[in-house]
Design a binder for this molecule. Structure first.
Ligand code: MIC
Ligand code: SF4
Length: 642
């Protein structure tokens, strides 16, 4: 029986387990990446593990999220990260160089390698045929220390592409079409593997747009084969020697198939507040827009900026619309300046921002009250832009550019002829903003520089046999990590300071949560389906844990958040019977007996209602051991001290 590409790469990295779907497996990790917002915590944990040098083939530390410097906190964290990189054998991408995923695709991602990143959009690397996975910082720290990465063997979905994209329709519309069909929960425990004749029409950066935003379907990751197009891209990046051909067997057996005829697609848009609320742009045409933002790790490649610039050439953006453009990397900027196309953007009135995440994560450029913001980004969760009353919509660069000129949502096909532009045969490669690792002897002499914002890691206790307390909060389906632990310019600088950041837990849902939690000595959260979708931020587990959270009881979890809960000793449980969700209310006093955790079911006694229900879980033996040890850090430390 033939194998899928996903199975081939996983098999060649398998340390434990088999390819049986849903079974527990462990794989070797070749590369890691971190970004500054998750990196400080990840490296504090790496330091705590106590290894002299990273054990991976390649580890890179990027600075791209916390780039607004309204006080000392962010620059202090950058300095800490730089000293850590120098000490432990890590490449350091300096602030100003660009967004981690765009940079990693350009300079480091390799076909057939595994990549683990402390950012949920790490699957961008699937654009060149890596198995690229997002994870919490502690899992990435463990991988840097040489630990394998544990997950459940995913199902593999064949996404079969035929045809070619019409004018003014681009890669963003492909992934929005996938989201339109399967929604934000549709690919959980699955890998989206792209094949079919249509893939030949997509360049690597376009493939990267698709694998990047595959995260929004809940997919474990997304991947394209490594073919002639990949070879051309790697050669143009002066990395031709890293190319290998990789594809599924002709008789590969997939768990499911999705067929998309690219020729039939049209411009699409995701409405607030979920990337899964997809409509055609036509349906929303005419809605006035206040802000248009081009950029983010989804749409900031040279191709994306070129199409935007060439649409805007000789035009002026609408009087009542603000347009921002952030390139994904310095390489993109170099090209745009040298070709003269950057001038088209500036002359049309675009506000050119730093090569960083910027408005995507509310790091500046928050929209005005009640604004309609049109973004080429991948997420439009409530409050994420920095303005709670703003309505964020997700679109392609083509739709963004034409709508910025018109001042209203506009189907870009009404623009007229599609502007043409040249793509370079060779990219302008200049790695002078990437500091390579120091040789071991020199590295040992490096002193770690810690600013006053970097607080020690909190310590947590062993798991008791019985959990008791109050239901602190009851929430609905699709609660994102942006609900649990919001980001933005005010909160992100606190990522290395758990006591401070914990004051903002559930801020967009219920501002009284942190105080209530501390007053009651902690307790429980009850939730619906897909709890914890979105970001990989482990702060959505550590900060609630600091406030005393004992267990989260829901209908279902998102993969990375579930792993983060385990890593920090919070018990993730699901209702055996989903209807039982209705029987528990906020404020109820409950008791969960953990003695039978190994058996797969535990009993929940609702002391307020006098009822009893059954809860289940998907925890592996190792995860149960981790929970009992009070979290993954004490668990690994114990292992390494042996
Ligand atoms: C995001 O897009 O939500 C982030 C900010 O990049 C996060 C990481 C973080 O919270 O630092 C992610 O995608 O994992
Ligand atoms: Fe940065 Fe936005 Fe991409 Fe997250 S989704 S890595 S915040 S650009």
């Amino acid at each position: 029986m033939g194998k899928t590409l996903t199975e081939k790469i996983i098999e060649s990295h398998l340390v434990e387990g088999t390819l049986e779907r849903g079974s527990d497996i462990a794989i070797t990790i070749n590369q890691t990446l971190t970004q500054d917002a998750t990196g400080t915590m990840a490296y504090l944990q790496f330091e705590a593990i106590g290894i002299d040098r990273v054990q991976t083939e390649l580890s890179v530390s990027y600075v791209d999220h916390n780039t607004l410097q309204s006080d000392f906190k962010n620059p202090d964290d950058h300095r800490y990260l730089q000293s850590i990189a120098a000490k432990y054998g890590i490449y350091f991408s300096r602030p100003g160089n660009g967004i981690c995923h765009q940079l990693h695709l350009e300079r480091f991602a390799r076909p057939g390698r595994t990549l683990l990143g402390s950012d949920s959009h790490t699957p961008t690397g699937g654009g060149v045929g890596s198995i690229a996975l997002g994870a919490g910082g502690l899992d990435v720290a463990a991988a840097m220390a040489g630990e394998s990465f544990r997950l459940k063997m995913p199902q593999v979905v064949k996404v079969y592409l035929t045809g070619s994209l019409p004018d003014f329709v681009s890669a963003k519309d492909v992934i929005l079409e996938v989201l339109r069909r399967i929604g934000v929960k549709g690919a959980r425990s699955k890998v989206l593997e792209y094949t079919g004749p249509g893939i030949k029409t997509l360049s690597v950066p376009e493939r990267g747009t698709i694998t990047n935003m595959g995260t929004e379907t809940g997919a474990t990751t997304s991947i394209f084969p490594s073919d002639e197009i990949t070879k051309e891209f790697l050669e143009a990046q002066e990395r031709g020697d890293q190319w290998v051909e990789l594809k599924p067997d002709d008789d590969a057996v997939y768990d499911e198939t999705i067929e998309i005829n690219l020729s039939e697609l049209e411009p699409l848009i995701a409405e607030p507040h979920s990337p899964g609320n997809v409509k055609t742009v036509k349906e929303l045409e005419g809605l006035k827009v206040d802000q248009v933002c081009v950029g983010s790790c989804t749409n900031s490649s040279l191709r994306d900026l070129k199409i935007t610039a060439n649409i805007l050439k000789g035009k002026t953006i609408d009087l009542n619309t603000v347009l921002t453009v952030s390139a994904g990397s310095r390489q993109v900027v170099d090209h745009m300046i040298t070709s003269g196309e950057m001038a088209y953007l500036i002359e049309a009135g675009a506000r050119i921002l730093e090569n960083a995440c910027g408005p995507c994560i509310g790091m500046g450029l928050a929209p005005k009250t009640d604004a309609i913001s049109l973004r080429t980004f991948n997420r439009n969760f409530l409050g994420r832009s920095g303005t709670k009353s703003a309505q964020a919509y997700l679109v392609s660069p083509e739709t963004a550019a034409v709508s910025a000129i018109e001042g209203k949502i506009t189907d870009p096909r009404s623009f007229g002829e599609l502007p043409t532009f040249d793509m370079p045969k060779k990219f302008m490669v200049n790695d002078n903003m990437i500091v390579p690792p120091l040789p071991s002897e020199e590295a040992k002499k490096i002193e770690i520089i810690r600013g006053p914002n970097i607080k020690p890691l909190p310590e947590f206790n062993l798991l008791p046999d019985k959990l008791e307390g109050e239901v602190l909060l009851k929430v609905e389906d699709d609660i994102t990590t942006d609900h649990i632990m919001p980001a933005g310019a005010k909160i992100l600088p606190l990522r290395s300071n758990i006591p401070e950041i914990s004051k903002f837990v559930f801020n967009v849902v219920d501002e009284s949560f942190p105080d209530r939690s501390l007053e009651r000595g902690g307790g429980f959260i009850i939730g619906g389906e897909n709890y914890g979708q979105g970001s990989s931020r482990e702060h959505a587990a550590i900060a609630p844990k600091y406030l005393g959270l004992k267990a989260v009881i829901v209908k279902s979890f998102a993969r990375i958040h579930l792993a983060n809960l385990v890593n920090f000793g919070i018990v993730p449980l699901t209702f055996e019977n989903k209807e039982d969700y209705a029987t528990i209310e906020q404020g109820d006093k409950i008791e969960v007996d953990l003695l039978s955790l190994e058996s797969g079911t535990v009993a929940l006694k609702n002391l307020t209602k006098g009822t009893e229900i059954k809860l289940t879980h998907s925890l592996s033996e190792t995860e149960i051991e981790v929970l009992k040890a009070g979290g993954k850090l004490p668990f690994i430390k114990k292992k390494h001290s042996k």
